[in-house]
Design a binder for this molecule. Structure first.
Ligand SMILES: Nc1ncnc2c1ncn2[C@@H]1O[C@H](COP(=O)(O)OP(=O)(O)OP(=O)(O)O)[C@@H](O)[C@H]1O
Ligand SMILES: [Mg+2]
Length: 341
């Protein structure tokens, strides 16, 4: 299940607000770390979801170890700016003077795209970090991109900066290196998370086109999250449908039974309610399937489906999802469905 990213060291996760980007990122990280890899999860200057999901406190740029092999950091634009400046200005004293100069700060912070370039340059720094044996320090870096339709714009900033400066000068150089890393399909993967609904599916298909057009590289994987599973296997579905038809004949106002306390709660109405409840779940799964079929058919990338879970704590959902991604599916029927483009 992790094949699409197993050999990619840098993975960007994007998608609309609330679709589960942070949950999926955290679950992927847990699954990879459990597989013995050293994984770094990066957030980009947002209210941190990982602090809650991983139960830790971000202390600045320096990644915090969450568990064996799992690290996290929330890259604030402020700290990335300072770190980048330090790399450019050889003297610590001069760097500090610039950083502490109010006017210089206002000037730098007002310059276009400084935040994007310095954050992405910090990602590159972590990417290039090596251990004592001169091997990459992190096996995987997962970046939970901010919620917006602008992930492509965000990732394209370094290439734009590089072009604007005609490749001349240290900032153009830095931007060029970051742009090359983002464009490199062999090391970098782009994943879009979406929901099995009409608009999100259409937007994901458009996003994939936009990625190719703007970044000149493909999107690697779409994850359809929170998919409703059907509670019924194909072989018992006809039996259920017959039962449902009879309940509908007997109780034309069966939906009313859910709300109407007057209508005695005897065994018959209890069964009618149970059948109708199941019919609802079957309906949700069928509706999801329509949009998923469209996504599988029209998206030029593999699609991975992840089910909706009903745990109340986000960290429990991460745990379940991580086990599923790792291919351990104790709840056999819950196995995620994958397709390749
Ligand atoms: N497969 C799932 N089943 C059930 N709930 C889920 C699932 N995936 C995510 N959630 C829940 O949905 C909510 C949103 O998830 P999450 O915060 O990961 O989304 P996000 O895309 O990162 O949101 P944001 O755009 O605000 O950063 C959370 O409450 C999370 O626990
Ligand atoms: Mg999030």
């Amino acid at each position: 299940m992790l094949d699409e990213i197993a050999d990619r060291r840098l993975v960007f996760i994007t998608g609309k607000g609330g679709v589960g980007k942070s949950t999926v990122t955290a679950a992927l990280a847990r699954a990879l770390a459990r597989d013995g890899r050293r994984v770094l999860v990066l957030e980009t200057d947002t209210f941190s979801a990982m602090e809650d999901l991983f139960d830790y406190e971000s202390t600045g740029l320096e990644p915090v170890m969450i568990s064996e092999g799992l690290y996290a950091s929330n890259l604030t634009s402020e700290e990335c700016f300072v770190a980048t400046l330090r790399r450019f200005v050889p003297s610590e004293r001069i760097a500090r003077a610039v950083i502490n100069n109010r006017i210089a700060r206002v000037f730098f912070k007002a310059a276009p795209s400084v935040d994007e370039v310095t954050i992405l340059d910090q990602v590159r720094e972590f990417f290039e970090k090596t251990d004592d044996a001169d091997q990459p320090y992190y096996d995987h870096i997962l970046v939970d991109l901010p919620a917006s339709g602008h992930a492509v714009t965000f990732l394209n900033v370094p290439a734009t900066m590089h072009g604007m400066m005609r490749g001349i000068g240290p900032i153009a150089n830095m931007s060029g290196q970051v742009a090359d890393l983002i464009a490199d399909e062999s090391t970098t993967a782009l994943i879009a998370v979406c929901l099995p609904e009409e608009m999100p599916v259409n937007e994901t298909i458009e996003l994939a086109d936009d990625v190719v057009e703007t970044l000149g590289r493909p999107m690697d994987l779409a994850i359809a999250n929170m998919v409703h599973r059907t509670p019924l296997d194909d072989d018992i579905r006809p039996v259920f449908e017959e039962l449902h038809r009879r309940v509908r004949d007997e109780y034309p106002n069966v939906e009313g039974l859910f709300f109407d306390d007057e209508d005695g709660r005897d065994d018959d109405t209890a069964i009618a309610r149970l059948v109708e409840g199941n019919a609802l779940a079957v309906g949700w799964a069928r509706r999801d399937r329509e949009y998923l079929d469209k996504l599988h058919a029209e998206l030029d990338a593999p699609v991975l489906e992840l089910p909706i879970f009903y745990e109340s704590a986000g960290s429990d959902i991460v745990e379940r999802m991580a086990r599923m991604l790792a291919g351990e599916t104790p709840e056999g029927a819950f196995e995620a469905r994958a397709s390749s483009a």
